[in-house]
Design a protein around this ligand. Structure first.
Ligand code: IPD
Ligand code: CA
Ligand code: CA
Length: 267
């Protein structure tokens, strides 16, 4: 079955709608169930229900595609396309009542040369009344308060001393922590907006650099295409393109090489 980008994007919005209906109902619910995963991180009934709902829609509408999801693992990774789901990015925010959480949905396609790239992405943050989305070659957009979509683009800030940097926290930087702190000192402004939000602010041109030292594919797939379609770059901290590099760096493009250079671990 051959699908157009438009049809895939429309389905990604449907998946996000289904997730929003579940997550918003469970957000701040007094009977929210929280358990601890083997990696010692929390998960709620909302994370699991949202991913199950998305998987059920994908089984019905894209039976030939694979799926990678944070809570229920991989299926059909031998397929030419697979959907990448983080049902709630920012679970720790979600369970404490901080509205910065989102459902992240990406579609990855394998190219004939063996490389993979994200071709559709939706980031839906209903407690922030925002949804960002992009598909390959179609630009990046934000919808605020269910109003008409607004095209977004990255900033033109070209010097570190004029740049605003957002991150999540200081955990996980390992032997890069010193270099990261030096980078922050050189910037015009730093804030830890955290999670997907840092990267979407880069796509909107409100922040110029977002960096995180330890991320999985599902944390990054949707962010990658939205940042790129807004004119930015998305790589890992070493500058390798795409969401497969174990950590993530979004910039407005102009600052990208400078940041990769600054974060190089000195030996
Ligand atoms: C977390 C967020 C966060 C990152 C953590 C992730 P979760 O995702 O993406 O930005 O620093 O490493 O685990 O668990 O809330 O989906
Ligand atoms: Ca995540
Ligand atoms: Ca998650």
């Amino acid at each position: 079955m051959s699908m157009s980008r438009g049809e895939d994007l429309a389905l990604a919005h449907r998946l996000a709608d289904a997730a929003d209906a579940i997550t918003l109902t469970r957000y701040q619910a007094l009977d929210l169930t929280i358990t601890t995963k083997p990696d010692n991180t929390p998960v709620t009934d909302a994370d699991k229900s949202a991913e199950s709902a998305i998987r059920a829609l994908l089984h019905a509408h894209r039976p030939d595609d694979g799926i990678v999801g944070e809570e229920f693992g991989n299926e059909g990774l031998d397929k030419n396309r697979y959907w990448v789901i983080d049902p709630i990015d920012g679970t720790k925010n979600f369970l404490r009542g901080v509205p910065t959480w989102a459902t992240l949905i990406g579609l990855v396609e394998k190219k004939s040369d063996g490389t993979e790239s994200v071709v559709v992405g939706v980031v839906s943050a209903p407690a922030l009344f925002r949804r960002w989305y992009a598909c390959e070659g179609g630009g990046a957009f934000v919808v605020l308060n269910s109003e008409l979509p607004k095209r977004i683009s990255v900033s033109e800030v070209a010097r570190l001393e004029d740049a605003s940097i957002s991150h999540s926290d200081f955990i996980g930087w390992g032997n890069r922590l010193g270099a990261f702190n030096e980078l922050l000192k050189q910037a015009w402004r730093t804030r830890a907006h955290g999670d997907f939000w840092s990267h979407m602010l880069v796509a909107e041109g409100a922040v110029d650099i977002a960096a995180e030292p330890s991320l999985a594919l599902w944390d990054m797939a949707a962010l990658d295409i939205i940042v790129r379609e807004a004119g930015g770059r998305f790589t890992n901290l070493d500058g390798a393109n795409g969401p497969h590099g174990g950590n993530g760096l979004s910039t407005n493009s102009a600052l990208h090489d400078t940041v990769v250079q600054a974060l190089k671990v000195k030996r």
